[in-house]
Design a protein around this ligand. Structure first.
Ligand SMILES: Nc1ncnc2c1ncn2[C@@H]1O[C@H](COP(=O)(O)OP(=O)(O)OP(=O)(O)O)[C@@H](O)[C@H]1O
Length: 629
């Protein structure tokens, strides 16, 4: 791989905004130069260290805020956490006189506050903005309650040393902030966990369906955020020599401004630690400059608020630009030329021929891979599925059809571990299985392409393909990281084996055509050793060429020994690819037979409930003749 292509890969592999970061770095340099020229003592080592010191708290908090925003979440309560943890730490430091007890008290307090936010966001299922706005008020109030509204001081020298120690003149908090920031940035960019955060921010539903445990990932993020606030509060309390409920006022404003200014999109799914670093530096320089200018506190508030609004405005403009450039690119559908150009579907053309699919009628299906029996699921008072009973053999394509609301999606979501059944059993290779989530089903060998296209538009093709099953390696034989080289190789090979022509493995999926996106989702499902592939309406939004490609891939998966379930409303698709057809009506399987034993008309009637199920099936010879009609 050339250096240029590695650089290009980086651009797509890490959803960020390099141009914004460059612009921001320039703004920061201009601010430094302006303040340096305007104020005599601005360019001094001691002022530099003061800026670093002040910025260290923002930098530590910015790691948590960056992770949360990338995943599409936010925490407005960090100012309240700051105050509450500070007074708790101070009280423990004063009462115990033991530095370890004080530090542990601060970290545990941070963990508990973070966990509270995480659990509230997970279970209340309302905007994290609102949830953390509420906890912000509660935490602030508690800080006054715990401290009786007064500052707490009288610490041991050892505790104060923690905040004021210097190593080679560099304050310890600055060193801790630097180490944490580098570690956090590295984790976000280079690990499977970091990739999953981008995936959750890009399309949480897709990430969930791919097997990412979204809810707990978010709870863990809030816990981490609380822990980081614990570090901030402990260091600041030690440095100031007192804990006070007034601390942390408008801290969330500083942190969010730095992070959003640094290019982390408020909508989630994008951002880069380098940008956040520059954002933090800019806020630090700005704050210091405003103090040098002797502006009153309220002017500082106004300036920072305006900068936040500007940053949000820039974020919106970047979002519009991105959307416009995606529309402008209007990618060409890539596929093979139509084998029967101009041939109108109709008399004398079987559906299989119409889509150019070869059907080997001599092939016998293998043993039963999946058997479901009496599966049922209700949502409140709605019985989405009453009796899902059918089986799929290895090497067989079973088409699941039914009217809107018949329960098809519910049935396949039960099989793929998205929902748990209220009743019934699922057997895979003759053994009963129960799945706690999509990842369990994937591990058992069931791959699903859901109707709502389980792809993350902000991630590249390769990253979408590996999501939930990321290849890993050990950096320096020690640190576990994501193996992006292996991801690109795996993607290239998988696409090639399926005859899918996509050249740029790192192109963000949001920039692909609908057909190409569908190809990526399907390619992810077609991994080696897969036992059952489920495709929910895979051709719904596709043209003839793309439909043929998808059906060919489904057939290929069956020929390779997998069982395939394909849901479709398009009768021609069903007759082109199915070995067997299962009709679902009002949540019940009402018909299950070989495709040769049913005509188009009868199938339509069965789906719509216009025909009794026990009417005699066709003679196979007769049905083969009628198949294309
Ligand atoms: N999460 C849910 N909450 C409440 N009701 C649901 C839920 N999921 C499905 N249903 C209801 O269950 C019934 C079956 O829905 P399902 O999506 O499984 O049908 P379908 O056959 O896939 O329909 P379509 O072809 O329109 O996609 C519908 O009445 C639907 O409204």
């Amino acid at each position: 791989m050339s250096i240029a292509s590695v650089a290009a890969n980086r651009r797509y592999l890490v959803p960020g905004e390099p141009s914004r970061r460059t612009g921001l770095a320039l703004l920061c340099v201009v601010l430094v130069a302006y303040f340096g020229i305007s104020f005599d003592n601005f360019f001094t080592v001691s002022n530099g260290l003061t800026i670093l010191m002040n910025v260290s708290a923002i930098a530590i908090a910015a790691i948590g805020a960056m992770f949360l925003l990338v995943s599409g979440n936010v925490d407005l309560s960090i100012g309240g956490q700051y105050a509450l943890i500070s007074v708790i730490t101070a009280q423990f430091a004063k009462d115990s006189g033991n530095v370890v007890v004080a530090v542990l008290a601060g970290l545990v307090a941070g963990l508990v506050l973070g966990l509270t936010n995480g659990i509230l966001v997970k279970f209340m299922k309302i905007s994290p903005l609102i949830v953390t706005l509420g906890t912000m008020a509660v935490f602030k109030g508690l800080a006054y309650l715990v401290s009786d509204g007064r500052s707490v001081f009288g610490f041991s020298d050892a505790f104060i040393f923690l905040g004021r120690a210097r190593i080679n003149e560099v304050p310890l908090p600055v060193i801790i902030a630097g180490v944490l920031f580098v570690a956090g940035g590295f984790w976000l960019l280079r690990t499977a966990g970091g990739l999953r955060l981008f995936a959750i921010g890009g399309n949480a539903q897709a990430a969930r369906l791919t097997g990412v445990n979204v809810d707990w990932a978010i709870v863990r993020l809030y816990v981490l955020n609380g822990l980081l606030m614990g570090v901030v509060a402990v260091l600041t309390t030690a440095r100031l020599g007192s804990g006070t409920p007034q601390i942390g006022t408008s801290f969330e404003l500083d942190v969010l401004t730095a992070v959003i200014l640094g290019g982390v999109g408020f909508a989630g799914g994008s951002g880069h630690p380098a940008g956040v670093f520059v954002g933090v530096a800019t806020i630090g320089v700005l704050s210091s400059g405003l103090i040098f200018a002797g502006l009153e506190d309220w002017w500082q508030q106004i300036s920072k608020g305006l900068v936040l609004l500007l940053a949000l405005g820039a974020d919106q403009i970047a979002e519009h630009r991105r959307a416009r450039s995606v529309r402008r690119e209007a990618p060409a559908e890539q596929g093979e030329p139509d084998p029967t150009p101009g041939a109108p579907p109709g008399l004398g053309v079987s559906a299989a021929d119409e889509y150019g699919l070869d059907r080997d009628t001599s092939r016998q299906p293998g043993p039963v891979v999946l058997r479901v029996d009496g599966l049922a699921r209700r949502f409140g008072s709605v019985f989405a599925l009453r009796d899902g009973t059918f089986s799929v053999r290895a090497g067989e394509v079973v088409c699941l059809v039914g009217d809107n609301g018949a329960g098809k999606s519910t049935l396949i979501k039960l099989i793929s571990g998205v929902y748990r059944p209220d009743a019934g059993r699922i057997e895979l290779d003759g053994k009963q299985v129960g799945f706690g989530g999509p990842i369990d089903a994937r591990r058992a060998g069931i791959e699903t392409v859901h109707q709502d296209l389980a792809v993350c538009p902000n991630l590249g093709v390769a990253h979408n393909l590996i999501l939930g099953d990321e290849p890993r390696r050990r950096m320096f034989g020690l640190i576990p990281v994501r193996d992006d080289g292996a991801a690109v190789t795996r993607t290239r090979e998988r696409l090639a084996s399926l005859g899918i022509t996509l050249t740029d493995m790192n192109r963000s999926v949001g920039r692909l055509s609908g057909g190409q996106r569908q190809s990526v989702a399907i390619a992810r499902a077609m991994k080696d050793g897969v036992k059952l592939v489920i495709l929910d309406e895979p051709t719904a939004a596709l043209g003839v060429t793309q439909t043929r490609n998808v059906l060919r891939i489904a057939r290929q998966a069956a020929d390779n020994g997998a069982g395939v379930i394909l849901i479709s409303h398009d009768i021609r698709t069903v007759f082109a690819v199915a070995d067997r057809v299962v009709v679902l009506r009002l949540g019940q399987v009402v018909y299950d037979d070989a495709i040769e034993r049913v005509t188009h008309t009868r199938l339509l009637h069965l789906m719509a409930g216009l025909e009794a199920v026990d009417e005699p099936a066709l003679d196979p010879a007769e049905s083969t003749v009628l198949k294309g009609h």
